[in-house]
Design a binder for this molecule. Sequence first.
Ligand code: PPS
Length: 568
Amino acid sequence: MSLPNLAPIPELYVSYDSAQKLKHEAGDLPSWDLSPRQICDLELLMNGGFHPLKGFLTEADYDCVVDTMRTASGALWPIPVTLDVSAKFAEGVEPGQDIALRDQEGVILAILSVTDKWVPDKVREAERVFGANDLAHPGVNYLHHVAGPVYLGGPVTGIQPPVHYDFRGRRDTPNELRAYFRKLGWRKVVAFQTRNPLHRAHQELTFRAAREAQANLLIHPVVGMTKPGDVDHFTRVRCYEAVLDKYPSATTTMSLLNLAMRMAGPREAVWHGLIRRNHGCTHFIVGRDHAGPGKNSRGKDFYGHYEAQELFKKHEAEIGIEMVDFKHMVYVQEKAQYFPANEVPDGGTVLDISGTELRRRLREGLDIPDWFSFPEVVAELRRTSPPRSKQGFTVFFTGLSGSGKSTIANALMVKLMEMGGRPVTLLDGDVVRKHLSSELGFSKEHRDINIRRIGYVASEITKNGGIAICAPIAPYTATRRAVREMVEAFGAFIEVHVATSVEECERRDRKGLYKLAREGKIKEFTGISDPYEVPENPELRVETENAEVDNCAHQVILKLEQMGLIRA
Ligand code: PPS
């Protein structure tokens, strides 16, 4: 089994001339704008990475794949590769029709000759493919919350591959890798699949795996879509490039795979094996928890630790690639060396740093020892994950008009500027309404648009390492939560409820607006004739009655310090 067939694998592309003709004719066809995941799937369909599939699964193929891990014709295929679309688009498409598949800029990549259109049973798909209909599984969550409700199936005619502007020289089709192996006379190749940065333990294990199999090594990281929350692929590829220098260049290479992972554990391992076979590899490393999605909603693992290896082994011959089982490598202090966990010398002190611990150390700017990783990798990770005290964040004040939000926000801004180190922007309610939202009024709909705009700007500031201080009324819980989500993708969000009572605000009535609201001259006035939903769990609640502004701002500073966002 282990000698590869390095003859070219069938692709779905047509010739250049036919592609030009198809592009021209496609103007009249219904067009589907592919999602990022569909672009990944289409690329691997077209370049032979998903051989023997010739298009998006038909209904019969889908049913068989979901139930039996095989297409209707009996080929082993564990993961449904389907074209999910919106109900509205599906209404205008019938089997027998061609549709143009376009990327997000509108460039046509392929034609799908639709043979099937159906509404899938997603609960069944979740249970069969992922093992549970549990939204804690990222694949299940995608299925229910991102994927469209209708599937289209049929053969694909490839016009051109999706365009990539990043790391172009590192991306190879199955045929390019096959040709490379052929040219170098590499008859045995072990592939290593990864979605994480490589540290010393990975280098040791891949190196050992290749040595044991007497094979060359292909580091084959996924750069399409991985588990939400993973280190972004730009950072990872820079890390991989640094680690590649540590391998013997005559026997090791790296190539990037534009796969959209599903995190389907055992089924996914089989899928990964088929894809690597298609890329000309003879061996594949499968580890503990291969493509594992983490814990389910009851805090338990979705799959057994070695379930992926067991399923792979069962189908090894049919996949056509030999499994090399991943030995968990640990560092033994006395020997200053890595050992497989089951071969640690008696009395040896085992050192290990978990993924969670690594993230904590990065977040807090703590030491990451040389035995664990390479200095170049750590430096790269620190560049993208600076400690909290150097990351951007948003302080979001909410409260009634006249509650003191702007005054405290201004005091906070000055204090933070005095400390220095990060740029500070104040997005005050009145100022935003002048510069960003001048056309908006105070209906629920307009207030929501206003707050989402503030959230978007704050999230961009946070992403770029600055401090955003927002001070709108923001009366609705759901909208505040949406802003929190936008910001938390990039940094901390600190909600501060300025809890001045409506009676006190009205008594102060700094702008005379409460009087006008009582007289009915201002409609929909928050706290008088419009709702204010009090935040239930803000990071901080400040009382302003009988308190100095300076003290209120200082309470926020103390909170920021406690969260590790600023250093005293
Ligand atoms: S919202 O709900 O968050 O979009 O409101 P916001 O943009 O923060 O409102 C800013 C200022 O608008 C003045 N104003 C009103 N507030 C509430 N309700 C009505 N109908 C209204 N009309 C005008 C008010 O002075 C708000 O200023 P602040 O800074 O909160 O005192």
